[in-house]
Structure formats: structure tokens, C-alpha cells
Design a protein around this ligand. Sequence first.
Ligand code: VGL
Ligand code: ZN
Length: 201
Amino acid sequence: MKTLIIIDMQNDFCPGGALAVPDGDKIVTLINKLQEKFDLVIATQDWHPAGHASFASSHSGKKPFESIDLNGINQVLWPDHCVQNSSGAEFHSDLKMAKIEAIFRKGTHPDIDSYSGFYDNAHQRATGLSGYLKEKGATELYFCGLAAEYCVFFSVKDALDEGFNTILIEDATRPLEKDDFEAAKKEIRQKGGKIINSEKI
Ligand code: VGL
Ligand code: ZN
């Protein structure tokens, strides 16, 4: 069964937001059109408590986009973003919600970040997404949303590890940094993932 997974299509990742992805808002119309072609559509939502450990503001003397070691894991420090119940954490207002059957929230644990929709960055806590998809009979997972080389990429990698047929829809995602996305695409292909454009669907 063909499933569309929309990653973090939230205001803070769009121009004007706290952690804006260049042209992040330009993919909303395409994602709305794509939804009609899928049997199952689900979404993820970055959903941090205030003072989250991934925020630069939680570490004295640190600035956004610096990296630190956080409990043994390399952590990029971000501007405060997607704080629970803030307008930045809301989905882009043009995103069609009618076909989205479930929303998986992530990044809720105060001490650890969670890029993937499946697991936290230490791979210790599952969101339940994998079990949900398997119970629904999902076999082919198509990924879109933001940001391409972070939450989309980590979700794609986990999907491959979980044994799903995994396809990234390249024109329905946007990166923070183009070069980092090129490296991510290479790794996706090496792991057996497919990368396509939306016209192929
Ligand atoms: C994301 C950085 C921090 C993403 C979320 O959705 O790609 N990136 N939190
Ligand atoms: Zn986040």
C-alpha cells in the first residue's frame, strides 16, 4: 500500500519562521496535489517543550548552528522553534489536513532531539510510527516535507532500516543547505532508497 509521509510542514520551517528553510513554503501546493494519489497519508510534527535541549538558548554562551556534544551525541543547536502550542509549531495554513489520518509528534522529550519520525536521535524511544504503518499494511513509503537533510533524511534512513520500500520525492522537499542534501541523497541511494520527482507518481 502506497503511503505519503509529510515531514514537519510547519510554520517555523517556512520563510518568516524561526528555522526557515529557503522556499520551504513552495512545496505546499505540490504536497496537497500528491495527497490525492495515496491510499494513506500521515504527517509528523516537530513539537518541543520550551527550553528544549536542542535550542541554543538552553546552553549559555552558545549560538544557533553551533554544535555540541549532548549526552554523547553530536547536536546542532537550533534557534528556538516548534515550541508546543506556538503558532510556529502549527502546520502551514495552506496544508490540506482532510486526508491526514494520523499525526506523529516528535522532539517532545526535553533532553534529546528527534529528527526522524520513527525514533529519537539516540534510537532509544520509538514514536510508534513503524508499528502503526505495519498494522495499516503500508509497504511503500513516499517522503516529502522539511527539512530535506535533517528530519526528512533521518526518517528515510529509519524507514529503510525498518524494511519499508522507501522513496524520497525530491521536488516535494527543500534543504537548509544544498551541499548537505547532496551528501544525504548519496547515502539514501547507497542504503537502497529511491529518489524520484513527483511527475513519476
Ligand atoms: C528539523 C532541525 C531541528 C527538521 C527539526 O524538521 O528538519 N530540523 N528540528
Ligand atoms: Zn526541532
